[in-house]
Design a protein around this ligand. Sequence first.
Ligand SMILES: *Cc1c(COP(=O)(O)O)cnc(C)c1O
Length: 360
Amino acid sequence: MARVYNFSAGPAVLPEEVLKEAAAEMLDYEGTGMSVMEMSHRSKAYEKIITEAEQDLRDLMNIPDNYKVLFLQGGASQQFAMIPMNLMKNKVADYIVTGQWAKKAFQEASKYGKANKIATSEDKTFSYIPDCSDLPISEDADYVYICENNTIYGTKFKTLPNTKGKTLVSDVSSCFLSEPVDVTKYGIIYGGVQKNIGPAGVVIVIIREDLITEDVLEGTPTMLQYKIHADNKSLYNTPPAYGIYICGKVFKWLKKQGGLAAMKEYNEKKAKILYDFLDESKLFKGTVAAEDRSLMNVPFVTGNEELDAKFVKEAKEAGFENLKGHRTVGGMRASIYNAMPIEGVEKLVEFMKKFEAENM
Ligand SMILES: *Cc1c(COP(=O)(O)O)cnc(C)c1O
């Protein structure tokens, strides 16, 4: 068995310890004689799995009691519709568009009401985060929306926007649990788990209770109402049961690492190795404004497409997988989520140095 260093943006690397544990429990989960994949989501064994997963996430993020934690399906993309359907009481929402995912969310919301693009960084291919300290927030905005970490472009909000009292909704898919957050600053924090937490198929929504109401847009499907899922503790229908079980294991793994403060320290140390090299390299260059750099997704280029392709190919042969940039951006991107060990980044930088020496 040979594991590679997997720099995929998502689905992405998971802690080896978690995968091994899941493998050991595959045929017989804690004496039940069956796999978690085969058990009823209403069983005692499963009730324990989902209850513990929620509690561990609450502990990690210090989630206040007036927030619900929902384990849903449909990916982050389904939230692009679910959020306006549930929150647009005035049919007005303000969007800060800092990348493709925010743009998609903005376009989807436009189907349900008046979505205003109040700031964007599209003029410089989303390579920075705009100043959000004094934006023209709409008087009657139901919420202000951001994508906190831009997976494709490698930027991250280091300060949250000034929403002038309006509810903040944030897509944290690619920075979920990478550092501590103050949940009370948000109305909704949500993300698909396949970037930094677990297998694709689960989306976690952390939502303030007063935003969960029956007053949703007309025609909103039952399955897209937060209230249905909140009232039924994420068990209205069959949840993505196995995925939630793996997320639960990752939460326990994170607790063992020392929680989110420790993760932040580790992630900063890890990202610095790569950014420091990009800053000194004569061949490779980072593509985003230094002050907005993400700790999770690091895009870079050589400035020569052929050389980029050669790098990706040779890196793959050397055991560094999925370094090709997003199809809309080109170049390279190293996603260095929680489960990427520091050695992975050290070895990547060593390889980049060697490649630079051979190709300059
Ligand atoms: C990957 C990603 C999405 C889309 O996730 P799906 O689960 O595939 O719908 C949305 N937002 C961000 C920030 C992402 O990184």
